[in-house]
Ligand binder design. Structure first.
Ligand code: GTP
Ligand code: MG
Ligand code: ZN
Length: 373
């Protein structure tokens, strides 16, 4: 038995899971320090963004004792298993580009998954500098804008300053999961927003013994305002953090007052209030691991498929925003909007009221669900 003095230093309060690899977890304590943790028994279903209570188990390891209930989670699943990508999110950003062209089917799948969990979503259209490719996807992006999804057009590589100016206000004070297919520019964006991302990733890889490089696992990073040499936005937001000085809250303090005004300006909505930090910037990490001064961002490996086997038919339908005002108007109450007569949604597509392409993609998802049984 190790004596107390040989134990790893205790985490005061809750820690945030910033990376997970098999049964090993990389935790960040409220003071910004890190711990490696294992789990008890067979439990290994913790994910990035989780808030956990961990206790020292040996000189260099902690053990996760319990989980603070998640307020939401992004899941992906096929018929056999589901994968929890991240938890406790304020929003997701889906990174797309014109070259290589993004898959609209994947975009729809991710948007439906987010909608089911009531997580706000925006589309980050990267590589805007590739004008021809951008022009090809513009009509599709406008469809999503018309549905109320913010579209942030950036060129992370060729105009990083403008990309930062565009993304910072959207990221500020929130925990954001970035998702996207391979090659869309996720890593380029992360490196822009988090200048020491590679170093941090290397430290995690070493600690968890992943033996691999970068985007094979998700990681949570804190975005430091102005840390990249770019000016922070001029509204004194630098030191904005949670006031959770004892470090054991769950970070859902009631955001209020005019310091939250910037959150609502973009109309993204569905933002969970964060508490506020002190003004001197010295304690912007002294909280529970939720969004810090300039926010938290979670990088995730690129994917080629996004299974929705965990969703019901009704959840798929409700994930299609434009269907909402029409639901209940079809002739058959259990209409799947594929080939039933008297379908209000197909009629709306036929007269241009809703987008045909989205309807066709939705019908494919329903086919898939119904053939899965
Ligand atoms: N023209 C242009 N190229 C870009 C831009 N951003 C990224 N790229 C390029 O796109 C390619 C893919 O970028 P990554 O950041 O590696 O993409 P990723 O989404 O992380 O891809 P995975 O790691 O495979 O998931 C690289 O060659 C980048 O240099 C941009 O704004 N404009
Ligand atoms: Mg990458
Ligand atoms: Zn119908």
């Amino acid at each position: 038995m190790p004596s107390a003095t040989t134990l790893a230093r205790e985490v005061p309060g809750t820690a945030t899971v910033v990376a997970a690899h098999g049964r090993l977890f990389y935790l960040e304590a409220p003071d910004g320090s890190h711990r490696i943790a294992v789990t008890r028994g067979k439990r290994n279903d913790f994910t990035v963004g989780d808030h956990v209570i961990a206790r020292p188990a040996s000189a260099d390891q902690h053990v996760i004792e319990s989980l603070v209930p998640r307020r939401n989670q992004m899941l992906r699943s096929d018929a056999w298993r589901s994968k929890r990508l991240a938890a406790n999110l304020d929003q997701i950003g889906i990174v797309v580009s014109g070259s290589p062209p993004f898959s609209e089917e994947l975009l729809i799948r991710v948007l439906i998954a987010a909608q089911t969990e009531q997580i706000a979503a925006a589309i980050i259209a990267n590589k805007c500098d590739l004008h021809e490719a951008q022009a090809r996807i513009e009509p599709r992006l406008r469809v999503y804008e018309a549905l109320g999804y913010p579209v942030l057009r950036v060129a992370a590589k060729t105009d990083p300053a403008a990309a930062l100016a565009c993304l910072r206000p959207w990221l500020r004070g929130r925990t954001t999961l970035l998702l996207g297919q391979s090659g869309m520019g996720k890593s380029t964006l992360i490196n822009l927003l988090v200048p020491d991302a590679d170093l941090a990733t290397q430290a995690i890889s070493d600690a968890l013994n992943t033996g691999r490089h970068t985007t094979t696992f998700s990681r949570l990073f804190r975005i430091q305002a102005g840390g990249d040499g770019m000016p922070a936005d001029g509204d004194g937001i630098r030191a904005k953090g949670n006031e959770d000085k004892d470090g054991n809250g769950n970070g859902n303090g009631n955001g209020n007052g005019d310091r939250d005004r910037d959150r609502d300006r973009d109309g993204i909505g569905n933002v969970h209030g964060q508490g506020h930090g002190n003004e001197d910037g010295s304690r912007d990490r002294s909280k529970d691991g939720d969004a810090a001064a300039a926010g938290c961002i979670i990088d995730s490996p690129g994917f080629q498929t996004y299974g929705l086997a965990h969703l019901s038919r009704s959840e798929l339908m409700h994930g299609m925003r434009e269907f909402a005002p029409l639901l209940g108007q079809c002739r058959f109450h259990n209409c799947t909007h594929r080939d039933e007569p008297g379908c209000a949604i197909r009629a709306a597509a036929a007269n241009g009221q809703i987008d045909e392409r989205r309807l066709a993609l939705y019908q494919r998802l329903i086919d898939e669900l119904l053939t899965q049984g």
